[in-house]
Design a protein around this ligand. Sequence first.
Ligand SMILES: [Zn+2]
Length: 220
Amino acid sequence: MTRSSTPPWVITSRPADLITVDETWCAVTVPEDWIVLMEEALAGESGPAFHEPGLRNLTWIVPIPALEWPDAEAAGVSVVRPGDLLLVPHPDGTFVGPQRFRWLVPPSAPLTPEPRLREAIETITGPLDRAGVPGPIRVCCACDAPTRDAVLVDVYDSMSGTPRAWYACAACCERWQHGRRPRHLRAVPGTSREDRAEESGRDYPLIIPPRGIRPWRQAD
Ligand SMILES: [Zn+2]
């Protein structure tokens, strides 16, 4: 059996392309605000993954066994299956409006082992076979805790994609409302991503919640 040297998700002819998932791989998507938790859970073992700023999700390319995952769509975990279309960015990335559509881990890297990705996701959702029932999981913008008991604290209406929403866990929200240990539950002057990027001279991903500044390793 000959092995193609270029995986189908490595596209070179356009800035981004819709490709059809085939029988040898699939993709798993989770909400973009899980990025800090996923980064920690994968602990440097992530294979190819990209951020789609229009859909506000993160996508991992994985080997086919992920097809057997239970349905956890309600929790935010989706499997893109053979025959489905997947929009992928060029290895150098591109833009969706003003936002970068890019690989977080280069597309040519070895794939994340499917059990490893599932284990990482389950650190956020709990067991996947029970994760789909109680509804969406949000990540607290103040403490980074995943929670099903979230309070919406801010929304940014993007002209180029889905509105961006920030949530706080019940504990942080209560602390905030009672004036204890005030934390920034919304972007405030001097703490915005742009301000921090300007201070540090670094180009942070556009998907970091207002507080957690842990840039994903650069894809290059
Ligand atoms: Zn919190």
